[in-house]
Design a protein around this ligand. Structure first.
Ligand code: G6Q
Length: 546
């Protein structure tokens, strides 16, 4: 497969960038009163507005050519078909099967994975209902009121984000907590006010060998056993989500309390699997299935819509336009929704771990940029923190705005204020304010002539800053599932064009390997000399301080 930079459309896009770089979006909007209608798509109540981007029909046409030339449609089909597209680990990539509500067979090596998926979903239903109905009791017969989910990375960020996002669907008397950091403060602060008799731990680890998760799980087990006489009590207070039955058993968890998943579910795509168990416990299995249904709706859209009307394809291609042709290095995720406070964290992993790669699927070093740095925060907080740089800084930061038309609450004025900020920010980023406009405002305010030029320049907003907007009725489980799936597929589209493997994460290994040696070197009092001078220095200074 030719490198994307060698594809004919890439070359033409580079020339076209010169044309577009000279145009302002203000002028594009003035020239075409139907720009919003033409550059927005509805998927049920979800509106995707991509009109505030530095694009024209010609740009889009060339980006679609690029997608065709890179074989995007065939790559999408290969993922849904269960081909082993994670080529370094020789695995299929089938998070879409976990939410395949059509139940259409999905074959891996000729075997349909759907019966297994449905079996685990049924097990999750039985378990979550037993906890929620108080049929499941702790070792002293009391119902469970606190669930502590122990996991990290993909086994933590997704479910944590979803449980927060769906807080209005949670029961106040059943609290779900997340512990991930190996820093003992995380576990200690979480369990300090909990009661052993009413607390249940979910140990979630695909491998069941991850240092942080196992360290936290062992300490949780110790904390639990310290107040308990019979070892059998563990069965009522510890369950596991893993692909590793042997290790789960060795930990002391009865494998009948183990929820299985499979090697074709990548960690950062696993919230749809039994890794989502805390979601089912928190919001109920019916709501968990609505989450799956929302994602499935997007899967069908992604699989079947032509590129021109395909939201994740547009998200991915427009992102590539800025990333590879305008030199943008970042992408901001800006949900105007406090419940989506952890969305940027989750998408940061989904995107940066997937597309933070420098070699292609054949192992050849790349000479073009891949995944952007993802960051963000719930609006309006970011406006009072980092938006300054987006509006007037020297870097181009494409932004995604997300908001629900209806709030879950009814305090007068808040939601309108929130949404007016969201909409105004997209307008301000696009329009900007010219020096003449700034000057006229200053004159009207009576500012003295000698300061006018300096102040007018400082108050100039260049505008022409791109954004996408997602606006939907309310943040319910189905919409949330759809939004997450849109971003997962956006990541896929970009990885497919860049011809990289978006589904491994070799880059996290080296630090883990070295940490083992460093941990050994930390014991004892002797001077460490085996590393470079900085690493030795840090180790030796640590020893002198501890
Ligand atoms: C995600 C990564 C990574 C993984 C964690 C936890 O795609 O694979 O974030 O989820 O390292 O791994 P375990 O689930 O095996 O503990």
């Amino acid at each position: 497969m030719a490198r994307c930079t060698q594809l004919p459309a890439w070359q033409v896009l580079q020339e076209h960038q010169w044309e577009i770089a000279r145009q302002h979006m203000r002028d594009l909007f003035s020239a075409d009163p139907n720009r919003f209608e033409r550059y927005s798509i509805r998927l049920d109540d979800l509106l995707f507005d991509y009109s505030k981007n530095r694009i024209t029909d010609k740009t889009l046409g060339l980006l679609f050519d690029l997608a065709h030339q890179a074989g995007l449609q065939e790559k999408i089909a290969a993922m849904f078909r269960g081909d082993r597209i994670n080529n370094t680990e020789k695995r299929a990539v089938l998070h879409t099967a976990l939410r395949n509500r059509s139940n259409r067979p999905v074959l891996v090596d000729g075997v349909d994975v759907m019966p297994g998926v449905n079996r685990v979903l049924h097990q999750m239903r039985l378990f979550s209902e037993a906890i929620r109905s108080h049929e499941w009791r702790g070792y002293t017969g009391k119902p469970i009121s606190n669930v502590v989910h122990i996991g990290i990375g993909g086994s933590d960020l997704g479910p944590k984000m979803v449980v927060k996002a769906l807080t209005p669907y949670c029961r106040p008397e059943l609290r779900v907590h997340f512990v991930s950091n190996v820093d003992e403060a995380d576990l200690v602060e979480t369990i300090k006010n909990l009661d052993r008799e009413t607390t249940l731990f979910i140990v979630a680890s695909k491998t069941f060998t991850t240092q942080e998760t196992m360290t936290n799980a062992l300490s949780a087990r110790e904390w639990f056993m310290a107040g308990v006489e019979s070892k059998d009590a563990i069965a009522k207070h510890f369950v596991a989500v893993s692909t590793n039955a042997e290790k789960v058993e060795a930990f002391g968890i009865d494998t009948k309390n183990m929820f299985e998943f499979w090697d074709w579910v990548g960690g950062r795509y696993s919230l749809w699997s039994a890794i989502g168990l805390p979601i089912a416990v928190a919001v109920g299995m019916d709501n968990f299935e609505l989450l799956l249904a929302g994602a499935h709706k997007v899967d069908e859209h992604f699989r079947t819509e032509p590129l021109e009307r395909n939201i994740p394809v547009l998200m991915g291609l427009v992102g590539i336009w800025y990333n590879n042709f305008f030199g943008a290095q970042t992408q901001a995720i800006l949900p105007y929704d406090q419940y989506l406070d952890f969305l940027a964290d989750h998408l940061q992993q989904a995107d940066m771990e997937s597309n933070g790669k420098s070699v292609d699927v054949e192992g050849k070093r790349l000479d073009y940029d891949t995944g952007p740095v993802i960051f963000g925060q719930a609006g309006t907080n970011g406006q009072h923190a980092f938006y300054q740089l987006i509006h007037q800084g020297s870097k181009l930061v494409p932004c995604d705005f997300l908001a629900a038309a209806q709030s879950h609450h009814h305090l007068g004025g808040h939601h309108e204020a929130l949404l007016s900020n969201f909409i105004a920010q997209t307008e301000a980023l696009m329009r900007g304010k010219t020096t003449e406009e700034a000057r006229a405002e200053l004159v009207a305010e009576g500012v003295q002539e000698e300061c006018l030029d300096m102040l007018a320049m400082a108050k100039t907003f260049p505008g022409n800053k791109p954004s996408n907007s997602f606006l939907y009725q309310s943040l319910n489980p189905e919409t949330l599932g759809a939004l997450i799936a849109l971003y997962e597929h956006k990541v896929f589209v970009q990885g497919a064009i860049w011809n990289i493997n978006s589904f491994d994460q070799m880059g996290v290994e080296l630090g883990k390997q070295l940490a083992k040696t460093v941990l050994k070197d930390m014991t004892g009092d002797e001077l460490v000399t085996a590393h470079d001078s900085s690493t030795n220095g840090l180790l030796n200074y640590y020893k002198s301080l501890r």
